[in-house]
Design a protein around this ligand. Structure first.
Ligand code: AHG
Ligand code: MN
Ligand code: MN
Length: 301
Protein backbone atom coordinates (compact mmCIF):
# COMPACT_ATOMS: atom_id res chain seq x y z
CA UNK A 1 0.00 0.00 0.00
CA UNK A 2 2.86 2.37 0.75
CA UNK A 3 4.24 1.80 -2.73
CA UNK A 4 0.86 2.36 -4.39
CA UNK A 5 0.18 5.51 -2.35
CA UNK A 6 3.72 6.77 -3.04
CA UNK A 7 3.24 6.22 -6.76
CA UNK A 8 -0.12 8.01 -6.76
CA UNK A 9 1.28 11.06 -4.96
CA UNK A 10 4.21 11.19 -7.34
CA UNK A 11 1.92 10.94 -10.39
CA UNK A 12 -0.25 13.68 -8.92
CA UNK A 13 2.78 15.96 -8.52
CA UNK A 14 3.70 15.49 -12.17
CA UNK A 15 0.12 15.98 -13.23
CA UNK A 16 -0.27 19.29 -11.40
CA UNK A 17 2.76 20.79 -13.14
CA UNK A 18 2.25 18.90 -16.41
CA UNK A 19 1.09 21.86 -18.47
CA UNK A 20 4.07 24.00 -17.45
CA UNK A 21 6.57 21.21 -18.14
CA UNK A 22 5.09 20.28 -21.50
CA UNK A 23 3.90 16.87 -20.34
CA UNK A 24 0.28 17.05 -21.44
CA UNK A 25 0.71 15.97 -25.05
CA UNK A 26 0.91 12.71 -26.96
CA UNK A 27 4.03 10.58 -26.73
CA UNK A 28 3.91 9.60 -30.39
CA UNK A 29 3.45 5.89 -29.60
CA UNK A 30 0.54 3.45 -29.79
CA UNK A 31 -0.02 1.10 -26.84
CA UNK A 32 -0.99 -2.58 -26.68
CA UNK A 33 -4.66 -1.51 -26.88
CA UNK A 34 -4.02 0.24 -30.22
CA UNK A 35 -4.59 3.61 -28.53
CA UNK A 36 -2.48 6.77 -28.60
CA UNK A 37 -0.14 7.02 -25.65
CA UNK A 38 0.13 10.33 -23.83
CA UNK A 39 3.40 11.45 -22.29
CA UNK A 40 1.61 11.32 -18.92
CA UNK A 41 0.66 7.66 -19.51
CA UNK A 42 4.38 6.88 -19.83
CA UNK A 43 5.38 8.97 -16.82
CA UNK A 44 2.70 7.34 -14.66
CA UNK A 45 3.78 3.89 -15.86
CA UNK A 46 7.46 4.53 -15.06
CA UNK A 47 6.65 5.92 -11.62
CA UNK A 48 4.36 3.01 -10.69
CA UNK A 49 6.79 0.34 -11.87
CA UNK A 50 9.56 2.03 -9.88
CA UNK A 51 7.55 2.11 -6.63
CA UNK A 52 6.24 -1.43 -6.94
CA UNK A 53 9.68 -2.83 -7.78
CA UNK A 54 11.42 -1.08 -4.91
CA UNK A 55 8.77 -2.27 -2.45
CA UNK A 56 10.06 -5.81 -2.97
CA UNK A 57 6.51 -7.10 -2.32
CA UNK A 58 5.30 -7.73 -5.84
CA UNK A 59 6.21 -10.74 -7.96
CA UNK A 60 4.49 -9.66 -11.19
CA UNK A 61 2.52 -6.64 -12.26
CA UNK A 62 0.10 -6.24 -15.12
CA UNK A 63 -0.32 -2.76 -16.54
CA UNK A 64 -2.40 -1.25 -19.30
CA UNK A 65 0.78 0.35 -20.63
CA UNK A 66 2.84 -2.82 -20.93
CA UNK A 67 2.07 -5.52 -23.43
CA UNK A 68 3.98 -8.12 -21.42
CA UNK A 69 3.61 -8.98 -17.76
CA UNK A 70 6.08 -6.84 -15.79
CA UNK A 71 8.39 -9.09 -13.73
CA UNK A 72 9.28 -7.56 -10.37
CA UNK A 73 10.68 -9.48 -7.38
CA UNK A 74 10.91 -13.26 -7.32
CA UNK A 75 10.26 -13.17 -3.56
CA UNK A 76 7.25 -10.86 -3.86
CA UNK A 77 3.96 -12.09 -2.40
CA UNK A 78 1.47 -10.13 -4.45
CA UNK A 79 0.24 -9.59 -7.97
CA UNK A 80 -0.71 -6.00 -8.82
CA UNK A 81 -2.92 -5.07 -11.78
CA UNK A 82 -2.98 -1.39 -12.63
CA UNK A 83 -4.03 1.35 -15.00
CA UNK A 84 -1.42 4.04 -14.31
CA UNK A 85 -3.47 6.81 -15.89
CA UNK A 86 -7.14 6.30 -16.56
CA UNK A 87 -8.98 8.76 -18.77
CA UNK A 88 -6.01 10.02 -20.80
CA UNK A 89 -8.22 12.17 -23.01
CA UNK A 90 -8.62 14.48 -19.99
CA UNK A 91 -4.84 15.05 -19.78
CA UNK A 92 -4.58 17.97 -22.25
CA UNK A 93 -7.28 19.77 -20.26
CA UNK A 94 -5.90 19.10 -16.78
CA UNK A 95 -9.20 17.43 -15.89
CA UNK A 96 -9.50 14.44 -13.54
CA UNK A 97 -7.77 11.19 -14.38
CA UNK A 98 -7.41 8.03 -12.35
CA UNK A 99 -4.80 5.65 -11.02
CA UNK A 100 -6.53 2.31 -10.51
CA UNK A 101 -5.27 -0.94 -9.07
CA UNK A 102 -6.19 -4.40 -7.88
CA UNK A 103 -4.07 -6.61 -5.63
CA UNK A 104 -4.15 -10.41 -5.39
CA UNK A 105 -2.06 -12.74 -3.26
CA UNK A 106 0.36 -15.16 -4.83
CA UNK A 107 -0.08 -18.79 -3.88
CA UNK A 108 2.83 -19.43 -1.55
CA UNK A 109 2.32 -23.17 -1.29
CA UNK A 110 3.05 -25.55 -4.14
CA UNK A 111 3.86 -24.54 -7.67
CA UNK A 112 3.64 -20.96 -8.89
CA UNK A 113 -0.01 -20.30 -9.60
CA UNK A 114 -1.65 -18.35 -12.34
CA UNK A 115 -1.40 -14.58 -12.07
CA UNK A 116 -4.67 -14.15 -13.98
CA UNK A 117 -7.01 -13.77 -11.01
CA UNK A 118 -10.73 -13.12 -11.16
CA UNK A 119 -11.86 -10.00 -9.28
CA UNK A 120 -13.44 -12.24 -6.64
CA UNK A 121 -9.88 -13.21 -5.60
CA UNK A 122 -8.55 -9.67 -5.23
CA UNK A 123 -7.55 -8.73 -1.69
CA UNK A 124 -7.94 -5.05 -2.33
CA UNK A 125 -8.78 -2.64 -5.10
CA UNK A 126 -8.51 1.11 -5.18
CA UNK A 127 -8.51 4.24 -7.21
CA UNK A 128 -6.97 7.67 -6.81
CA UNK A 129 -8.71 10.49 -8.65
CA UNK A 130 -5.89 12.79 -9.71
CA UNK A 131 -5.42 15.68 -9.01
CA UNK A 132 -8.28 15.81 -6.51
CA UNK A 133 -6.50 14.32 -3.49
CA UNK A 134 -9.07 11.57 -3.06
CA UNK A 135 -8.39 7.88 -2.64
CA UNK A 136 -11.03 5.14 -2.52
CA UNK A 137 -9.94 1.78 -1.19
CA UNK A 138 -11.91 -1.45 -0.87
CA UNK A 139 -10.62 -4.35 1.21
CA UNK A 140 -12.00 -7.83 0.88
CA UNK A 141 -14.95 -8.28 3.28
CA UNK A 142 -13.99 -5.05 5.06
CA UNK A 143 -15.84 -2.42 3.08
CA UNK A 144 -15.05 0.52 0.83
CA UNK A 145 -13.45 3.62 2.30
CA UNK A 146 -12.78 7.08 0.91
CA UNK A 147 -9.76 9.10 2.10
CA UNK A 148 -8.75 12.72 1.53
CA UNK A 149 -5.24 14.12 1.42
CA UNK A 150 -4.29 16.55 4.23
CA UNK A 151 -1.75 19.38 4.55
CA UNK A 152 1.03 16.93 5.32
CA UNK A 153 0.34 14.86 2.19
CA UNK A 154 -1.26 11.97 4.09
CA UNK A 155 -4.52 10.28 3.10
CA UNK A 156 -6.69 10.64 6.22
CA UNK A 157 -10.23 10.58 7.62
CA UNK A 158 -11.58 7.44 5.98
CA UNK A 159 -15.32 7.48 5.44
CA UNK A 160 -17.16 4.26 4.72
CA UNK A 161 -18.87 4.33 1.35
CA UNK A 162 -22.26 2.62 1.04
CA UNK A 163 -24.33 3.13 -2.09
CA UNK A 164 -27.44 5.13 -1.14
CA UNK A 165 -30.65 3.11 -1.41
CA UNK A 166 -32.87 6.11 -2.09
CA UNK A 167 -33.00 6.56 -5.88
CA UNK A 168 -33.59 10.29 -5.53
CA UNK A 169 -29.95 11.30 -6.11
CA UNK A 170 -28.99 8.45 -8.43
CA UNK A 171 -27.08 9.32 -11.59
CA UNK A 172 -26.46 7.58 -14.89
CA UNK A 173 -23.08 7.70 -16.57
CA UNK A 174 -22.32 6.41 -20.06
CA UNK A 175 -21.07 7.80 -23.36
CA UNK A 176 -24.39 8.93 -24.74
CA UNK A 177 -22.94 9.48 -28.22
CA UNK A 178 -22.64 5.68 -28.46
CA UNK A 179 -26.25 4.88 -27.52
CA UNK A 180 -27.38 3.89 -31.03
CA UNK A 181 -24.52 1.41 -31.27
CA UNK A 182 -25.64 -0.52 -28.16
CA UNK A 183 -27.69 -3.73 -28.23
CA UNK A 184 -31.42 -3.05 -28.77
CA UNK A 185 -32.24 -4.13 -25.19
CA UNK A 186 -29.99 -1.42 -23.77
CA UNK A 187 -31.28 1.16 -26.20
CA UNK A 188 -34.82 0.58 -24.99
CA UNK A 189 -33.66 0.47 -21.36
CA UNK A 190 -32.16 3.95 -21.85
CA UNK A 191 -35.38 5.19 -23.51
CA UNK A 192 -37.46 3.98 -20.58
CA UNK A 193 -35.19 5.02 -17.74
CA UNK A 194 -32.97 7.96 -18.52
CA UNK A 195 -35.50 10.66 -17.68
CA UNK A 196 -35.69 9.43 -14.09
CA UNK A 197 -32.09 10.31 -13.25
CA UNK A 198 -29.42 12.96 -13.69
CA UNK A 199 -26.69 12.23 -16.19
CA UNK A 200 -22.95 12.80 -15.69
CA UNK A 201 -19.98 11.78 -17.83
CA UNK A 202 -16.43 13.10 -17.71
CA UNK A 203 -14.78 10.31 -19.72
CA UNK A 204 -12.54 8.81 -17.04
CA UNK A 205 -13.96 5.69 -15.44
CA UNK A 206 -12.27 6.45 -12.10
CA UNK A 207 -13.77 9.95 -11.93
CA UNK A 208 -17.20 8.94 -13.23
CA UNK A 209 -17.42 5.96 -10.91
CA UNK A 210 -16.23 8.14 -8.02
CA UNK A 211 -19.57 9.96 -8.31
CA UNK A 212 -21.62 6.80 -8.88
CA UNK A 213 -20.26 5.36 -5.66
CA UNK A 214 -21.20 8.40 -3.61
CA UNK A 215 -24.55 9.24 -5.20
CA UNK A 216 -25.76 5.83 -6.39
CA UNK A 217 -26.98 5.02 -9.88
CA UNK A 218 -25.02 3.26 -12.57
CA UNK A 219 -21.96 3.66 -14.78
CA UNK A 220 -22.08 1.57 -17.93
CA UNK A 221 -19.87 0.94 -20.92
CA UNK A 222 -22.00 -1.51 -22.94
CA UNK A 223 -20.81 -3.62 -25.85
CA UNK A 224 -20.84 -1.78 -29.19
CA UNK A 225 -22.75 -4.09 -31.55
CA UNK A 226 -24.72 -1.81 -33.89
CA UNK A 227 -22.08 0.59 -35.17
CA UNK A 228 -22.85 1.85 -38.71
CA UNK A 229 -19.28 0.84 -39.55
CA UNK A 230 -19.19 -2.81 -38.41
CA UNK A 231 -15.41 -2.64 -38.14
CA UNK A 232 -15.94 -0.28 -35.22
CA UNK A 233 -18.09 -2.71 -33.25
CA UNK A 234 -16.66 -3.81 -29.90
CA UNK A 235 -18.70 -6.87 -28.89
CA UNK A 236 -16.28 -7.42 -26.00
CA UNK A 237 -16.74 -3.84 -24.77
CA UNK A 238 -13.98 -1.28 -24.36
CA UNK A 239 -12.87 -1.37 -20.75
CA UNK A 240 -10.17 -3.73 -19.56
CA UNK A 241 -11.24 -6.46 -17.15
CA UNK A 242 -8.27 -6.81 -14.83
CA UNK A 243 -7.31 -3.20 -14.08
CA UNK A 244 -10.49 -1.23 -14.85
CA UNK A 245 -13.73 -3.24 -14.66
CA UNK A 246 -12.72 -5.60 -11.83
CA UNK A 247 -11.32 -2.69 -9.82
CA UNK A 248 -14.54 -0.66 -9.82
CA UNK A 249 -16.64 -3.84 -9.47
CA UNK A 250 -14.72 -4.90 -6.36
CA UNK A 251 -15.05 -1.40 -4.89
CA UNK A 252 -18.76 -1.39 -5.75
CA UNK A 253 -19.47 -4.79 -4.24
CA UNK A 254 -17.81 -3.80 -0.96
CA UNK A 255 -20.09 -0.74 -0.96
CA UNK A 256 -23.27 -2.81 -1.41
CA UNK A 257 -23.57 -2.58 -5.18
CA UNK A 258 -22.99 -4.97 -8.03
CA UNK A 259 -21.47 -5.25 -11.52
CA UNK A 260 -22.12 -7.46 -14.54
CA UNK A 261 -21.05 -7.82 -18.15
CA UNK A 262 -23.26 -7.90 -21.25
CA UNK A 263 -24.53 -11.42 -20.50
CA UNK A 264 -25.33 -10.65 -16.86
CA UNK A 265 -22.29 -12.55 -15.56
CA UNK A 266 -20.90 -10.91 -12.42
CA UNK A 267 -17.69 -9.12 -13.41
CA UNK A 268 -15.98 -10.50 -10.31
CA UNK A 269 -16.65 -14.08 -11.50
CA UNK A 270 -14.99 -13.68 -14.89
CA UNK A 271 -11.82 -15.72 -15.02
CA UNK A 272 -9.45 -13.76 -17.28
CA UNK A 273 -7.87 -15.69 -20.11
CA UNK A 274 -5.60 -12.84 -21.10
CA UNK A 275 -4.23 -9.97 -19.05
CA UNK A 276 -5.50 -7.28 -21.43
CA UNK A 277 -8.94 -8.83 -21.92
CA UNK A 278 -11.85 -6.40 -22.33
CA UNK A 279 -15.40 -6.55 -21.04
CA UNK A 280 -18.67 -4.66 -21.24
CA UNK A 281 -19.48 -3.16 -17.84
CA UNK A 282 -22.64 -2.25 -15.90
CA UNK A 283 -21.71 -1.20 -12.35
CA UNK A 284 -23.56 0.53 -9.53
CA UNK A 285 -26.81 0.26 -7.59
CA UNK A 286 -28.26 -3.25 -7.74
CA UNK A 287 -31.76 -2.45 -9.03
CA UNK A 288 -30.37 -0.55 -12.02
CA UNK A 289 -27.67 -3.07 -12.91
CA UNK A 290 -30.14 -5.95 -12.59
CA UNK A 291 -32.72 -4.21 -14.76
CA UNK A 292 -30.21 -3.75 -17.60
CA UNK A 293 -29.51 -7.48 -17.56
CA UNK A 294 -33.25 -8.18 -17.78
CA UNK A 295 -33.65 -5.70 -20.64
CA UNK A 296 -30.84 -7.41 -22.57
CA UNK A 297 -32.34 -10.88 -21.97
CA UNK A 298 -35.87 -9.78 -23.01
CA UNK A 299 -34.59 -8.26 -26.24
CA UNK A 300 -32.76 -11.50 -27.06
CA UNK A 301 -35.75 -13.74 -26.29
P1 AHG B 1 -7.65 4.90 -20.59
O1 AHG B 1 -7.39 6.37 -20.68
O2 AHG B 1 -6.95 4.27 -19.43
O3 AHG B 1 -7.42 4.18 -21.89
O4 AHG B 1 -9.18 4.67 -20.21
C1 AHG B 1 -10.20 5.33 -20.90
C2 AHG B 1 -11.49 4.62 -20.64
C3 AHG B 1 -12.21 4.97 -19.36
O5 AHG B 1 -11.53 5.66 -18.41
C4 AHG B 1 -13.39 5.80 -19.78
O6 AHG B 1 -14.48 5.52 -18.99
C5 AHG B 1 -13.59 5.40 -21.21
O7 AHG B 1 -12.35 4.97 -21.69
C6 AHG B 1 -14.07 6.55 -22.04
O8 AHG B 1 -14.27 6.09 -23.32
P2 AHG B 1 -15.06 6.95 -24.42
O9 AHG B 1 -14.15 8.07 -24.80
O10 AHG B 1 -15.31 5.96 -25.51
O11 AHG B 1 -16.33 7.42 -23.77
MN1 MN C 1 -8.33 3.37 -18.20
MN1 MN D 1 -4.84 4.20 -18.87
Amino acid sequence: MDALIGAAKHIEEYYLTGALKGNTGLAGAINVQGEDVFRMDQIAQEITVHYLKTSGRVIHAISEESEEIVPMNAEGRYFVYFDPLDGSSNVPHGLPVGFMFGVARRNLEGAEDNHLRAGRDYLAAGMFVIPTGTFTLALKDAGTWRFHIDDTDEFVKPRRMILPEDPKGWELSFNSANRHTYAKGIQSWIEQNERKYSFRYIGALAADFHRTLANGGMFMYPAIVNHPDPKKNRPQGKLRLMYEASVVSFICQEAGGTAVDESGTPILDIQPKHHHQRTALYVGSKPLVESTTKALAVALA
